[in-house]
Design a binder for this molecule. Structure first.
Ligand code: SF4
Ligand SMILES: [Zn+2]
Length: 199
């Protein structure tokens, strides 16, 4: 029994030592990689630029590289359009979180999402908010909408009442098709499109 415990202890020690060696060699490999990888220097600089912006340096680096922007071999970044890339990432981040980006100060119309916040007034066939609509996620609204112009409105036999198919709060009798509401789950139907085409 005692021999068994000793063997067990010895085995544990050998395993621990092997793990430590593996770990220390992994760290050494990483340090070697980092010292030879121009991206690591670029990331170091980008992390200073991204500080307090909520933008991840790896995302900015990815964006720069996939758009063919040169990173000098010593890790310097070409500054001329860095700001535009940061703006784009900041907008994407806000939209992903369901927040209106600071840059979106105008009301626009998306043929599928309805009234949306955008950086200029425009009628769009698709918009930056469409991805959220497709996932049935909320979209902040610059103006009110009516249930009667929404794909999620299911009419009852009553002339102007119906129910919301995505579970928005409603009275026991249902929703009135012409009531104005700031609904974040609105999806434009044919009536809304017809109305938009007259604008
Ligand atoms: S999603 Fe909003 S606008 Fe559409 S039916 Fe439901 S409550 Fe009305
Ligand atoms: Zn849209």
């Amino acid at each position: 029994m005692r021999i068994g415990k000793k063997v067990e202890g010895l085995f544990e020690q050998i395993t621990l030592n092997t793990q430590k060696q593996k770990l220390s060699s992994s760290f050494a490999d990483f340090a070697l990689y980092a010292s030879h990888d121009p991206d690591s220097k670029a990331l170091e600089r980008l992390s200073k630029i991204c500080r307090d912006t909520g933008i991840k340096p790896v995302d900015l680096l990815y964006e720069l590289k996939t758009n063919g922007r040169e990173l000098f071999t010593d890790g310097e970044i070409e500054p001329f359009d860095l700001f535009d890339f940061m703006q784009k990432l900041s907008v994407n981040k806000s939209i992903t979180e369901g927040m209106c980006p600071d840059q979106f100060t105008q009301q626009a119309q998306c043929k599928q999402c309805g009234p949306i916040w955008f950086n200029r007034y425009e009628q769009l066939t698709e918009c930056p908010w469409c991805a959220r609509r497709l996932k049935k996620e909320s979209i902040p609204r610059p103006s009110t909408v009516q249930c009667g112009e929404c794909k999620n409105f299911s009419r009852t036999k009553h002339p102007f009442l119906g129910h919301c198919l995505v579970g928005e709060p409603e009275a026991p009798a249902g929703l009135v098709d012409s009531d104005n509401r700031y609904c974040e789950y609105f999806e434009a139907n044919k009536d809304w499109l017809a109305l938009m085409e007259k604008v």
